[in-house]
Design a protein around this ligand. Structure first.
Ligand code: S3P
Length: 443
């Protein structure tokens, strides 16, 4: 275990750029591998999760090559053209990689075994297995539909119409990826909007994807099956889910000005900004532009007094990965912050509802879970810190509490830093270059 400690600092300052977007990076490798021709990807996240997807695509016949830092070239095999890998696909900690690939595999006439680390092996796969089985693919899995599991795909899956029982871009995307091999239209209805990177990138590669409005305003996403995907270059925006950590550190610092360049601001991802602004945060958006079909801007954050807010459940899909860091900001805000409708946090890399509550509690902050809501009582006068937080194989838990340590009265320790590599390689150096004092503890 690589234990870490974050010491309180007073100044947090500088201009930086976080790594590429994880969601978009996985999709770029998969769709590049399914397209005909050569796709050049710039700004790819080289975190462990994405590297697992690169290995998996390579093991199935796509030519995936690293040209330089963040620059990758993928020569695709065409929709339905992947070949059976000789070995088990090891997906590590990557829930997105695993679930999206299961969709891809459902549309291939072959048998593929997938597994992952302790965290991924405990995460529910029934949410993708249920709709993918409707296409004609078959699955063999451990009790509870857990990994390791085998996908027995079919060359011509049936096009299905499916209403998502939960707000999940992973499930939506897995169904659409299976639908690529299906004749006719695959239709996914989502009661609440989730990130639409798959839809955007499929269009970028030439597929027809329509957005229609269904009953009660539900979103119907219609994919016309069996497209010829044509290779198209991709510039990956920087990950707002990673930018949220230095951004939060600036907001809670004694003295700070931090500029984060080229952050992806897909409207279905940027709920954290809305929430922080409601809390009174000083965040300025500059240089708004479009990068590879996604909105992007530079974000400039400075500290100031923050107030607790109620975050409505409807906002959860647009900031689902940002609740751990929001809870840290809430600890430094005046009054109570209530984050509603967070049932999905129980099935992330860890049970984030309990991981956040327990981490805050050992650091002297009152926090509790009421049903699916998380409540944090802020102590702007002084967040005690001084606790040892269990990371639970969860990168966002580890990084969030290291941010807490930058502004608490006493240092915050995290029992294992290794998960940070899954999404944010270079996190410690980037934070320390801005003024943090985060180090490894060798004991
Ligand atoms: C992701 C979707 C979200 C998110 C995950 C990435 C994606 O998961 O938490 O980090 O890239 O589609 P769910 O689909 O489970 O909400």
């Amino acid at each position: 275990m690589r234990k870490g400690v974050s010491q309180p600092v007073t100044v947090f300052h500088g201009e930086t750029a976080v790594p590429g977007d994880k969601s978009i990076s996985h999709r770029a490798l998969m769709l590049g591998g399914l397209a005909v021709g050569e796709t050049q990807i710039a700004g790819l996240l080289e975190g462990e999760d994405v590297l697992r997807t690169a290995d998996a695509m390579r093991a199935m016949g796509a030519d995936v090559e690293r040209i330089g830092p963040g620059n990758w070239r993928v020569s695709g095999v065409g929709v339905g053209g992947l070949s059976e890998p000789e070995d088990v696909l090891e997906m590590g900690n990557a829930g997105t990689g695993a679930r999206l690939l299961m969709g891809v595999l459902a549309g291939h006439d072959m048998t593929v075994f997938l597994t992952g680390d302790e965290s991924l092996r405990s995460r529910p796969m029934s949410r993708v297995v249920t709709p993918l089985a409707m296409t004609g693919a078959r699955f063999v899995a451990r009790e509870g539909i857990l990994m390791p599991l085998a996908v027995i795909g079919t060359a011509e899956p049936m096009p299905i119409e499916y209403r998502l029982p939960m707000a999940s871009a992973q499930v939506k995307s897995a169904i659409m990826l299976a639908g690529l091999s299906a004749p006719g239209e695959t239709i996914v209805t989502e009661p609440e909007a989730t990130r639409d990177h798959t839809e955007r990138m499929l269009r970028h590669f030439g597929a027809e994807v329509r957005l229609e409005t269904g009953e009660a305003g539900a979103r119907r996403i219609v994919l016309v099956g069996q497209p010829e995907l044509v290779a198209a270059d991709i510039l990956v925006p920087r990950d707002i889910s990673s930018a949220a950590f230095p951004l939060a550190a600036a907001l809670i610092a004694g003295e700070a000005e931090v500029s984060l360049l080229g952050v992806g601001l897909n409207p279905h991802r940027s709920g954290i900004l809305l929430t922080l602004l409601e809390m009174g945060a000083a965040i300025e958006k500059r240089n708004a532009r479009e990068v590879g079909g996604e909105p992007v801007a530079d974000l400039i954050a400075t500290p100031g007094s923050l107030s607790g807010v109620t975050v409505p459940a409807e906002r959860a899909p647009s900031m689902i990965d940002e609740y751990p860091i929001l809870a840290i900001v809430a600890a430094f805000a005046e009054g109570e912050t209530r984050m509603c409708g967070l049932g999905e946090l129980r099935v992330k890399e860890s049970n984030r509802l309990t991981a956040i509550r327990d981490g805050l509690t050992v650091n002297g902050i009152e926090a509790f879970v009421e049903g699916d809501d998380l409540i944090v009582r802020g102590q702007p006068g002084g967040v005690p810190g001084g606790g040892l937080v269990e990371a639970r194989h969860d990168h966002r838990i580890a990084m969030s509490f290291l941010v807490m340590g930058t502004a608490s009265e006493n240092a915050v320790m995290v029992d294992d830093l290794s998960s940070i590599e899954t999404s944010f390689p270079g996190f410690l150096d980037l934070m320390n270059d801005l003024g943090a004092e985060i180090g490894e503890v060798y004991s």
